[in-house]
Design a protein around this ligand. Structure first.
Ligand code: ADP
Length: 495
């Protein structure tokens, strides 16, 4: 009876489960969406029970789809949306409030006060992060302030906090644990010592009793309760989604990088045992701990990546499907001097300006829909190229290769333009579910399903490879114009 690895991939809009074989190929994938809750403008919540029940249902479905018995699962790996905060009663497992999702901006003012009070350097030096509502700490503070009696109960040890990994683990195994890749997104974890940081806990007035214990990303997290699948299955990895994709793309050595082209784009470069603190508004994050110490990555995010294509489709009505953007872009020989700067929700690294708003520059009488569609696609690549330059400046060496994944990576025009701009090869994997695969690989490494990273690397087969076909002068011209467009956009601050 063959054995397989089950990956749990709990995302922002859906809970997915995937089964992988020894070659790292996918046998089956199940997915269940769950409701997004928007109580006020800028606020985003999930019902923690929805997260759990949709995830459990996906796991059961995927076993059926692959026609496997639970006994055939050698191990489970967990990967998850990061930073999202859940708090629950230790005794009953009952959530005390909805999950506050990473996208939620309700603590923007509080985070601004941290900056005004000069805490930015302290926070960046210890956590590698910049004070922003995105990360967990301010959301925990909000819950402790706004759920009646919660601070007292937390002090008494009655309450658990967890990011989504810890919540799923608690429901699967009864254990209250997390891993350093998730902990490093809370703003309470010291990325140098590898421990929860007492000075930060004091700064946010968060009782240490609520925190999960931190275990290596690849290790023993307990066994699933028998009633869930009929047998007890070991959970052998926990890792945040972007770090999981870095692992699934086999970016194991310092300098290796991946970019995920989804709604937003997340680009990470492995920096090995060296936690590089950025001078370009990038985040320093834990990549993983394989059981022999922390390994790090630099991370940059583009807030509006594939989302600019959704905007072309849903608001501008230029296309009916995201895939049509490629045909439309190719219908003109260049963007006709148009630059779209999709700063719809501000600009991320290396600009980090939450107040910026989008622009379309360079319009002439001859500008048409195709030019705008093409420029919108190009804007995704320009923003990622800015991240890669920022990486190179922070690590002091050139990135030699970029591995790409995510929904918009299926756009060959975009991938070619990205390779053209970066002047380095861009590779797409033959297994696009790199996030789930990363979690599976870590779990399988722990149990010996895979021997070592070398064996895993041998599984990585490119589906496509793009190399630059652009002349240097053209690359420099386009990049300089893009930066002019960004600067114009940043200087437009409406009343
Ligand atoms: P997420 O995980 O963030 O939900 P996905 O990886 O599923 O995102 O990718 C979805 C995003 O990719 C959407 O924003 C969509 O507009 C974009 N997208 C999907 N297909 C294409 C395409 N062929 N060309 C350009 N963008 C695309």
């Amino acid at each position: 009876m063959g054995k397989f690895i089950l990956a749990i991939d709990q995302g922002t809009t859906s809970s997915r489960a995937a089964i992988f074989n020894r070659q790292g190929r996918i046998l089956a994938l199940a997915k269940q969406e769950f409701p997004q809750i928007y109580p006020h403008p800028g606020w985003v919540e999930h019902n923690p029970q929805d997260i759990w029940t949709s995830q459990l249902a996906s796991c059961r479905t995927v076993l059926k789809m692959a026609d496997l018995k639970p006994e055939q699962i050698a191990a489970i790996g967990i990967t998850n949306q990061r930073e999202t905060v859940i708090m629950w009663e230790r005794a009953t497992g009952r959530p005390v409030y909805n999950a506050i999702v990473w996208q939620c901006r309700r603590t923007a003012e509080y985070c601004q006060s941290l900056i005004s009070n000069g805490k930015e350097n302290l926070i960046q030096n210890k956590t590698g992060l910049l004070p922003d509502p995105y990360f967990s700490a301010s959301k925990i503070r909000w819950l402790l302030d706004n759920v009646p009696g919660l601070q007292d109960r937390a002090l008494k040890g009655e309450i658990c906090f967890g990011t989504v990994d810890a919540w799923l683990l608690f429901n699967l195994t009864g254990n209250h644990l997390t891993d350093p890749s998730n902990a490093s997104r809370t703003m309470l974890f010291n990325i140098h010592t590898g421990k929860w940081d007492s000075e930060l806990l004091k700064l946010f007035n968060i009782p240490a009793q609520i925190l999960p214990e931190i275990k290596p990303s690849c290790g023993s997290f307990g066994h699933t309760a028998k009633e869930l699948f009929g047998v007890e299955i070991p959970v052998c990895s926990v890792i945040g989604d972007q770090q999981a994709a870095l692992f699934g793309q086999c970016c194991f050595t310092p300098g290796s990088a991946k970019s995920t082209y989804g709604t937003g784009c997340f680009t990470l470069v492995n920096t090995g045992k060296n936690p590089v603190i950025s001078e370009n508004c990038l985040l320093t994050t834990v990549a993983w701990d394989l059981g022999n110490g922390l390994e790090y990555a630099l991370e940059g995010a583009v807030f509006v990546g594939g989302a600019v294509i959704q905007w072309l489709r849903d608001e501008m009505k230029l296309i009916k499907t995201a895939a049509e953007s490629e045909k439309l872009a190719r219908s003109v020989k260049n963007s006709g001097g148009i630059y779209v700067v999709p700063a719809f929700v501000g600009l991320g690294a290396p600009y980090w300006n939450p107040n910026a708003r989008g622009s379309i520059l360079g319009i002439t009488r001859g500008t048409n829909q195709a030019h705008i569609a093409r420029a919108a696609l190009e804007s995704i690549a320009f923003q990622c190229a800015d991240l890669i330059s920022a990486f190179e400046s922070d690590i002091g060496s050139r990135i030699e290769l970029l591995r790409a994944d995510g929904g918009a990576a299926s756009n060959a025009f975009l991938m070619q333009f990205q390779a053209d701009l970066l002047d380095i090869p861009l590779e797409l994997p033959s297994v696009p579910e790199t996030t789930a695969l990363g979690a599976a690989y870590l779990a399988g490494l722990h149990t010996g399903y895979w021997k070592d990273q070398e064996e895993i690397s041998a599984n990585w087969i490119p589906a496509e490879r793009f190399v630059s076909r652009m002349k240097t002068t053209e690359r420099c011209r386009l990049t300089a114009n893009w930066h002019k467009a960004v600067n114009s956009t940043l200087s437009f601050l409406p009343e």
